[in-house]
Design a protein around this ligand. Structure first.
Ligand code: PGA
Length: 225
């Protein structure tokens, strides 16, 4: 099965860089899901890319200055929402309850959810992931996609070994009564992908730091496709 390639641009690139990047990304024929900085989402949608937002709010409309609702995203042509990214938790104090509400609200607007889970460096992965899945998905039985993003691997140029990654992905899958797709994210680049891509249970990759680098994406494509 074809691997899912999700590109998390985080808060990178200005408008001119985005326009230039889009031209190059089109030529790459990578078929990614792009998570640009939200103000640029429309450009990716117009260019025909599957497009997501890196965050969303949990109300449909109202006096919530600075926020974007799932209904607004959907009406623009956004199809995916990334929820619970470790940077949202670490830097913006996003709580488990907020993550849960965001998932519900996004699914209610027929958006596809990619939910991040993963342990911190001192945590046991089993208990950390169980706790996250239990609280994030409380009262939710609709299908979602999971991204396993160990916090210790994000932006650090280290990745889990083959055995650990396989073990964690199978552990995550055991919580779901459908064949949940589990992506891996954390220091995915043109070097690490050579090791990562041997792990068959991985459904795809959530690429951060190198997602704005077309040369890196080209090399990743050579390994994955
Ligand atoms: P990274 O980030 O590729 O820079 O480690 C992954 C992510 O945060 O989604």
């Amino acid at each position: 099965m074809e691997k899912i390639i999700a590109l998390n641009h985080k808060m990178n690139m200005d408008y001119d860089e985005v326009k230039n990047y889009i031209q190059k990304l089109k030529k790459l024929e990578l078929n990614p899901i792009v998570f640009p900085t939200s103000i640029y989402a429309i450009e990716f949608i117009k260019a025909g890319f599957k497009t997501g937002l890196q965050n969303i709010y949990y109300h449909s409309k109202g006096a919530y200055t600075g926020e974007v609702s799932p209904i607004q995203a959907k009406s623009l042509g956004v199809s995916y929402i990334l929820i619970g990214h470790p940077e949202r938790k670490e830097l913006f104090d996003e709580t488990d309850e907020e993550v849960n509400r965001k998932i519900k609200c996004a699914l209610d607007s027929d958006l596809k959810v990619i939910l991040c889970v993963g342990e911190d460096k001192d945590e046991d992965y089993k208990s950390a992931i169980k706790k996250q899945i239990d609280s994030y998905l409380k009262g939710i039985d609709r299908e979602i996609i999971i991204a396993y993003e160990p916090m210790w691997a994000i932006g650090k140029n280290i990745i889990p070994c083959h055995k650990k990654l396989e073990e964690v992905i199978n552990y995550i899958k055991s919580f779901f009564n459908y064949d949940v797709k589990v992506l891996y994210g954390g220091s995915v680049n043109s070097e690490s992908i050579k090791t990562l891509n041997d792990v068959n249970v991985v459904s795809g990759y959530l690429i951060g730091t190198v997602s704005t680098d077309i040369n890196e994406l080209e090399k990743i494509k050579e390994v994955v496709k």
